[in-house]
Every structure is written in structure tokens, then in C-alpha cells.
Design a protein around this ligand. Sequence first.
Ligand code: ADP
Ligand code: MG
Length: 704
Amino acid sequence: MSEFLNVAEIFGENVFNDTVMQERLPKKTYKKLKEVIEEGKELDLETADVVAHEMKEWAIEKGATHYTHWFQPLTGVTAEKHDSFITAPMSNGKVLMSFSGKELIKGEPDASSFPSGGLRATFEARGYTAWDCTSPAFVRQDAAGATLCIPTAFCSYTGEALDQKTPLLRSMEAINEQSLRLLKLFGNTTSKKVTPSVGPEQEYFLVDREKYLKRKDLIFTGRTLFGAMPPKGQEMEDHYFGAIRERIAAYMKDVNKELWKLGVSAKTQHNEVAPAQHELAPIYAEANIAVDHNQLVMETLKKVAGRHGMTCLLHEKPFAGVNGSGKHNNWSITTDDGINLLDPGKTPHENIQFLLVLTCILKAVDKHADLLRESAADVGNDHRLGANEAPPAIISVFLGEQLQDVLSQLISTGEATRSLKGEVLQTGVKTLPDFMKDATDRNRTSPFAFTGNKFEFRMVGSNDSIAAPNVVLNTIVAEAFAEACDVLEKADDFDMAVHDLIKEQATEHQRIVFNGNGYSDEWVAEAERRGLPNIKSMVDAIPALTTDKAVNVFEKFGVFTKAELESRVEIQYENYAKAINIEARTMIDMAGKQIIPAVIKYTTSLANSINAVKAACDADVSVQTELLTETSDLLSDAKTALAKLIEATDKAAAMEEGREQAVCYRDDVKAAMDALRAPVDKLEMIVDKEMWPMPSYGDLIFEV
Ligand code: ADP
Ligand code: MG
């Protein structure tokens, strides 16, 4: 029997959450801290000192010896530097455990080795981490013991954002302010704060650890760089939602337990489309916490896999020809008194506030489609977006039948007078309940789909932080709200003005709405006719960050300065070039040291056996000879391709960092990588399995 989990008891047990604060902090301190968290008031050092002390006491009770400022630099992963709580030894040789308010609110990691895109020269190593008290501190227990982790933002000496969290917090302020303005126009005087809510669905692969360790490509790059397709792929569709096998179930249970202790509300788990692929979704949370929690989810998925003899692959495309992994970013905007601005109600045509919000979002997404696309760009995601895989690289919005119908009425007559209703779903079986079905079916091919009371942005990569997409969403929608408020606040006749504005926005931005099949070729052609951007690679997506349009919107809402945007552009090109360089070098290594030698061994043994047969009798050796010729030809192709890859990689590596170098990696190096992979994958199908130097796709994805 497996261990019994009392979820209610363990949930959040390692989090310095509201309950703990209420229990442990003096009333006055608690009240002050709540004002900082909820109303954005400033934190004084006296309060910070008291909080720090209690936090330390609590963490030590949980076994913590160290604390760390936990932050999210632009490397894609989280960073931390651990300090123990001990003070300098006293005269009696003993130490005290201490943690001050100063240490809680400010850290000074050596920032020179984090990407800054020229914002901070290496000799100016100063960078600060600042406590983000809106995301609760937690104690992480692992092989290193227990550590108090304090979520922090990471900025340069001059206050420029060097991380994911700072712009996110700024964008949350922007959408809060503009949403409140909009709500006020509709007579709402009770809501005090508006927050974006985010629920990310995380996809991942699990492979056996022993096999993983035999593949340098997986170790160095997180994806396979060679590999012939197995006889069976995902065509039977027997894995999706299939029964979860014991080994995986045990793993998921362990993951859930770890996450629950950290206060992450892991909720859904199931098998995904591809063999060995799975998904985990938490219950949605405030954007800032959701972003932090998603990092914890990724860390936990990887950490726990090791304990179960497996490795978790978060790469967007670990296996060519097999479904890749993404992250669906569910997003809505909610007031502190529980109103979801994206809830259409039963009769959306009568819900003027909702229609205004909706058409503002259409406007925002249409105007800034390039920015949204960019926010989902990462090196691995290039294998999904624009590469004949879900979702397409063209941004469009799926509204579904009900809202589409309301919108069409608005556009054609200026008036919406009815809403389609959900019907009773009849199963035709007496013992099964009939229930009301939704007024709208789902569309899995849309990159930005309305799903009842939220939008689901489906482009995000499985390995990427969800911060950037939410920064963009919050900011561009804040802009659309602000522009609407500018018009409506001045209007003499509000009802008339809002009516006109909804119609105008719906009409002007209807080109972004598409309810059909996003994977079809017809859509690509249609989107081009509509003038929608189709940005196929990360390298082509990056320039969207510094267009005048982008700089304007980000500066207007104080989310990014131009300099910060420019630094991010630089970092992205660098990250791209570095990642492809590692992939190319890994291929060179594997081909030169493992694959070519193995093929030579195989041809030698083939040649020997031909000679042996010939010496023994005069039987027909044409099959062996044919195989030998075929293998030798492919071997020669591989060797030529390898030489070209080395040349292309050396050339790219010697270039100055920046856009041109990234383009060279994308166009020349990647082409040379493909050219090497082709003969090698053919060879894998010929060479004796015993001699092939690494586990095959079949071994990796069907035998977990
Ligand atoms: P799907 O059927 O789309 O796969 P899942 O249950 O896997 O749905 O995931 C949906 C995600 O959306 C969950 O994280 C859920 O908490 C989140 N979600 C639900 N409602 C909202 C909302 N109003 N705002 C943001 N996220 C939401
Ligand atoms: Mg799901």
C-alpha cells in the first residue's frame, strides 16, 4: 500500500502564508505588512526586522539552516545564493542564528555573471535583489537540507530590471490602475484592486534516467539531435488521457505532495498526446504568484523525476516527429471583490461592460500581435511555432459561436439583441445524466482562445517562464483600457459613447478573430490577406520588442524603458546563438566520437562476414554487399556533412554577438545540422542495434 496523503494537512505547510503570519506576527506588524502587500504601501525597516525575525524562527523550526533570495534572471531558470543564518562566533565559541530586516529586503548577489544585455558592464557588478512580499516565502527541503526561499526581484544598481519579475509587477500595476478607471465608468465604487489571474498548464516528457544518460544530446541540450522514428508513433492516439502507469502514477503523487507542501495547488494531471508525455495544471492564482509557482512546478518535476529513476524533459521538442510540449497560459482579470471582467454572464449581448472589455482585448491583441508572438519566443519553441505544429505562429483570437454571433450582430447592425444559448446535451442513454452543454465548443488550434471566462494563450513554450507573456498581456490590455477611458470619461452621453466605441473596436479589429482550423494552409493564406503577421522564428520575433509602437506602450505604463527593451533584445540574440552553438557542438561530438566509429565497426564486421562467407562457399553475398555499399555511401555523406557543420559552426562562433550572428546560426548552422542528421538517421535504420551507440526513440518513449 502506498503512503496515505492528508492533503488538507500538508497543503502549504512549508509556506510563510497569511495564516502563519497572523499567528506569529505581532498585530501591529501584521497589519502593516498586509498594507504593503495589499495596498502597495511602503515597507519600513522596523516592520521588516520583526517579520525577518519571525520568518527565521519559523524556518528554523522547519529545519532550515540557510536562506536565499530566490530570483528569476534572464537565463530562463531561477537563481539563488545561499547564506546560513549563523553570525560570527562569540567569545565562547558559539554562534547565534540571526536574520535582519535588511537581509530580508535586500540582497546583493554578484550580478556580473547574469545576462544584462549591456545594461551593466561586467566591472559594475552591483545588482540588487529586493523582497517581493506579494509572493510568500517558503522553505524548500531537499538533499541540501532545508532552505528559506525569499522571492525577490532583481535590478541593477541604477534600478533597471534584470529579471522577469520586475516588469511583471510593473505591468500588474498598470492593468490594475486602468481596470479601476474602466470599472468606475460603469458605476463600480466598491472594487479596490484588480489583478490578472493566471493558470498555466505545464506539459512535460519523462524518460528513463539510465537511457537518458546514454544520450549526450539530451544531457547537453534537452532534446534529441539524432533519432529515427520508431515503427509506432503517436498515431494510435492511445496515450492521451490513457490510464496512468504505476511508475508514472507514483511519480505524480510525489510531485503533488512536494508542490502541495509549497502551497502550489496542483490540480489536474493526465497523459498527453505523445507517448511519455504528460501534463500538470494548478488552480489559477494571481499572476505574480502563478509565475513563481510555475518555476517551482518545473523545478519539482525535474527534481522528483531523479528519485524515481527518470528524467523530466521540459524542452519544447525533445523528439522530432513526436508532439512537442507547451504551456497554456490561462488569463483573466478579477477584482478584489470577486468580479471577473472576462465573465460574459448568460446573456453577453446585454453585458455592456463585458463587450467593452472584450473589444478592448481584440484591439490590444490585433495591435500588438507581434509582441505577443515575441513573448512566446524561445529557442526550443521554434520547433513548434511556425513548424507545422500546434499552435501556428500567426496570432488570432478564437471567440466561439456565442460571442462571434454577438460580435457579428454588433458589426452589422450596431446592436446586439440576442445571445445563443447552451442546449441540453443528450447522451441517448437513460442512466446517464443529460446536462447543459456550453454555448461554445472548444477550438484546440487557436493560439489565443476565449474559453468561457478567460483567454487561453497557447503559444508559450514548456521550458519558458510565463512572465513575459503575462507582462505583454497586462500591458497591452492596460493600453486599450486607457484609450477607451480617455474617450468615455469625456463623453456627454456615456451610453451612446460606449455603444459607439464597442461597435468601432469590433469592426476595426475583426480581422484578428478566426474561429476555423488554425493548422490549415488556407488559414495561412487568409491571414496574409488580412495582413496578420506570420513570424516563423525567434530571431524574426525579437525585433518586435523595440519598434516605436512597443517602446511607446511599455514606456507609457512604466513597464520597460527603451534601454531595458534594448538590453532584452541583445540578451535574446545571445541566448539564441549560444543555444544553437551548443546543439551544433553536441552533434559534432556525437557524430565524430560515437556514431561514425560505430558505423565503421559495423561496415568492418559486414566486410569480414562477406569475406568469411566467400571463403567458406560460393553462396550469394549480394545482400551483404548491397548493405555494405549503402552503409558506406551514407557514412561518406555523414562525414562530409560533419565537416560542413564544423565549418559553419566555427564561422558563426567567430562572429560578433548580435542579430547577424543569430541569423547565421538560424540559417547556416541549423541547415548544416539538418544535413548531418539526415544520413545518420538513415544509418540508424540499417546498423545492427547492438552496435548503435545510444538508445533509440522507441527505447526512450515507449519504455518508461
Ligand atoms: P483544459 O481543459 O483547458 O486543459 P485545465 O483544467 O487543464 O483545462 O487547465 C485550465 C487552467 O485554467 C487551470 O489552471 C485553471 O485553474 C485555469 N483557470 C480556470 N479559470 C480561470 C480564470 N478565470 N482565470 C485564469 N485561469 C483560469
Ligand atoms: Mg489541460
